[in-house]
Design a protein around this ligand. Structure first.
Ligand SMILES: NC(=O)c1ccc[n+]([C@@H]2O[C@H](COP(=O)([O-])OP(=O)(O)OC[C@H]3O[C@@H](n4cnc5c(N)ncnc54)[C@H](OP(=O)(O)O)[C@@H]3O)[C@@H](O)[C@H]2O)c1
Length: 266
């Protein structure tokens, strides 16, 4: 028995990257997992690779908020309860403010912020009724700092901190925990899937992401942070430039802003 044995975990963005890695780690720990994303065939691949009957595939488009009430009910019904919700699905962005179409700013906000808060709102009655639950929001180092070429993404990730910090202050009496995770550079599809100024797929593997921290080790760090009930946790390569960025911003914000404005976008 361990902390995750027989717990039910719902993970969005589980068709690749961090969400996929979390699924494999959780299967090893004996959890029941509901995996969501748009690409059903990729979810089925993850389910097969996880080799577990305890993985339930629930296709979900984070831009289709009208489907959320039914999806939340299906997720609860899959294993009769949700103990841990991991909001992880997301897209990044690579474009300057002056070039970025308003529709692109809105799309990133829809996927990376509004979907998280609406799914949370719909799931809360279930957790409050059971007087237990844990909600995880996968933010980013960009949820704490600002650099060129990331305005939409950083705005959405910063917004998560405001929302989920407030939520924590509201629901702790219901024994519901809230954890914000800030990954550094992790080797996934994130930069390939990032949107450009006009909303096209970037399709480039950035150097930092290409050399990023492995997704399986990241997943292990995330599960440790959840188990320990952390409020907020950096995950990724220790003592890296991203790790330093978060700490510099916290301790010496004026210096940090001077450094970040010279950051070279990739
Ligand atoms: N990798 C990094 O360096 C890094 C750093 C900081 C934060 N993060 C965060 O970590 C999370 C996971 O990203 P990743 O690195 O694992 O990237 P990834 O490999 O691109 O995975 C993104 C996941 O999100 C899903 N997704 C994207 N748009 C969606 C939509 N409209 N509806 C439903 N699902 C959607 C994708 O599935 P479908 O395409 O099948 O829908 C995929 O499963 C994101 O929130 C990201 O911002 C990543």
């Amino acid at each position: 028995m361990n902390y995750y044995t027989n717990k039910t975990v719902w993970i969005t963005g589980a068709s690749s990257g961090i969400g996929e890695a979390l699924t494999y780690e959780l299967v090893k720990l004996g959890a029941k997992i509901i995996i969501s994303a748009r690409r059903q065939e990729e979810l089925k691949r993850v389910q097969q690779q996880a080799g577990a009957a305890n993985v339930y595939v629930l296709p979900l488009d984070l831009e289709a908020a009208d489907t959320f009430p039914t999806k939340v009910q299906e997720a609860i019904s899959a294993f009769s309860q949700i103990d841990i919700m991991v909001h992880n699905g997301g897209i990044s962005q690579r474009s300057k403010v002056k070039d970025t179409l308003p529709a692109v700013q809105r799309k990133v906000m829809e996927v990376d912020y509004f979907s998280y808060i609406e799914l949370t709102r719909l799931l809360l009655p279930h957790m409050q009724q059971r007087q237990t639950g844990h909600i995880i929001a996968i933010s980013s180092v960009m949820g704490k700092i600002g650099t060129p070429m990331r305005s939409a993404y950083a705005a959405a990730k910063h917004a998560l901190h405001g929302f989920f910090d407030c939520l924590r202050a509201e629901v702790w009496r219901d024994n519901i925990k809230v954890t914000l995770i800030m990954p550094g550079y992790i080797r996934t599809q994130v930069s390939l899937n990032a949107v450009t100024a006009s909303g096209e797929k970037l399709n480039e593997l950035g150097k930092n992401i290409g050399h990023g921290y492995p997704a399986d080790k990241t997943a292990q760090q995330i599960l440790k942070a959840i188990r320990k009930g952390k409020f907020e946790k950096y995950v990724g390569r220790p003592f890296s430039q991203e790790w330093m960025a978060v700490h510099l911003m916290r301790l010496f914000p004026s210096l940090a802003i001077k450094v970040f404005k010279n950051a070279v976008p990739e």
